[in-house]
Design a protein around this ligand. Structure first.
Ligand code: XMP
Ligand code: MG
Length: 184
């Protein structure tokens, strides 16, 4: 899928494909440097993190294993409440493991702060976070992100794993939607 396929649904491109690729190179280099020789358990948060996981993991030289979680945060509409339900749990025991959570976007930060605490409580040696995008609201909840791609404005974005109504996940860049695209 590309900008042409989006037609008038696309408002503008926020982060180009090349910039994502370059930034993931840098993040992977930082990860390799920080974990120096350790085995890392990458935990991707379904479904949005699929693209970041696929591209970031292939740039990491350290030994990694991958597992996935699906969570849903209760809330009204698009705002998450911080009450999180596990829809799909890990198949891996994280006890004594170095866990690196891989996420697409941090908005309020409530989902990730809950997830981090949850994995720490299972006895992980370390739990860090890698996220491609962060919105300004994330400052409200103190969640430390060790590897961050881009700070973006407080707009709803799609592409590179992120969806609107399950659409546009396969767009190779991050973009904003024209108001008419929300019309259904
Ligand atoms: P928190 O708990 O940080 O939730 O508020 C983060 C989750 O909210 C979703 N989210 C978005 N999804 N475009 C999307 O497609 C967006 O602009 C957006 N902002 C937040 C996403 O599921 C993320 O995991
Ligand atoms: Mg998500």
């Amino acid at each position: 899928m590309d900008a042409t396929d989006m037609g008038e649904d696309l408002e503008r491109v926020l982060v180009e494909e090349e910039r994502i690729d370059q930034r993931l190179d840098e993040m992977a280099a930082e990860i390799d440097r920080d974990y120096a020789g350790e085995n890392i358990l990458l935990v991707g948060v379904l479904r949005g993190a699929v693209m970041v996981m696929a591209d970031l993991s292939r740039k990491i030289h350290s030994r990694v294993e991958m597992d996935w979680m699906a969570v849903s945060s209760y809330g009204s509409g698009t705002k998450s409440s911080g009450v999180v339900r596990i829809l799909k749990d890990l198949d891996t025991d994280v006890h004594d493991r170095h866990v690196l959570i891989v996420e697409d976007i941090i908005d309020s930060g409530l989902t990730l702060s809950w997830l981090k605490e949850n994995l720490e409580a299972r006895g992980a040696t370390s739990v860090r976070i890698a996220a491609l995008l962060r919105k300004p609201d994330a400052v409200k909840v103190k969640v430390e992100v060790s590897y961050l791609g881009f700070e973006i404005p407080n707009e709803f974005v799609v592409g590179y794993g992120l969806d609107y109504d399950e659409k546009y996940r396969h767009l190779p860049f991050i973009g904003t939607l024209a108001p008419k695209a929300y019309g259904g």
